[in-house]
Ligand binder design. Structure first.
Ligand code: SF4
Length: 135
């Protein structure tokens, strides 16, 4: 039986830009991205919801969201990798206050081309400081 395909957002990885650092793997809780032969790849597109949380983690700009024909996102299939990752993942920290994603909601950001995480507690200060808060 063939899978019905739909037009929707899916992560695209430029293999020329990808240096295989692996920074995009943890933000993808669905487990859609894996490193194969030193390059990141979306191996099972039904696990990619196209939300783009991986984008700002990439230091080389290899990741984009493209709208194309793909298998539909399968939230049931994505549950297992998400649960496995929750059990084994390393915590990420807010670059400013140091709290982890177990304590606060963290958002992926970039500064001078480098990825970082910022919590929702520190984000307003950064937005409203007019550049006075040090990054
Ligand atoms: S974060 Fe970017 S450079 Fe690093 S593995 Fe992922 S796509 Fe490649």
């Amino acid at each position: 039986m063939s899978v019905r395909r739909v037009v929707r957002p899916v992560i695209h990885i430029d293999p020329e830009r990808c240096d295989g650092c692996g920074a995009c793997i943890q933000p993808c809780v669905e487990g859609a991205i894996q490193l194969i032969d030193g390059k990141a790849r979306v191996l099972r597109e039904e696990l990619c919801d196209g939300a783009g949380f991986c984008l700002s983690a990439c230091p080389t700009g290899a990741l984009t969201v493209e709208v194309r024909e793909a298998e539909p996102f399968d939230p049931k299939a994505a549950e297992q990798p998400a649960n496995e990752q929750a059990a084994t993942r390393l915590p990420v920290h807010c670059f400013r206050c140091g709290r982890t994603d177990s304590e606060v909601v963290l958002l992926a950001g970039r500064r001078a081309g480098r990825p970082l995480w910022v919590c929702t507690g520190c984000l307003p200060a950064l937005i409203h400081s007019n550049g006075r808060v040090a990054w």
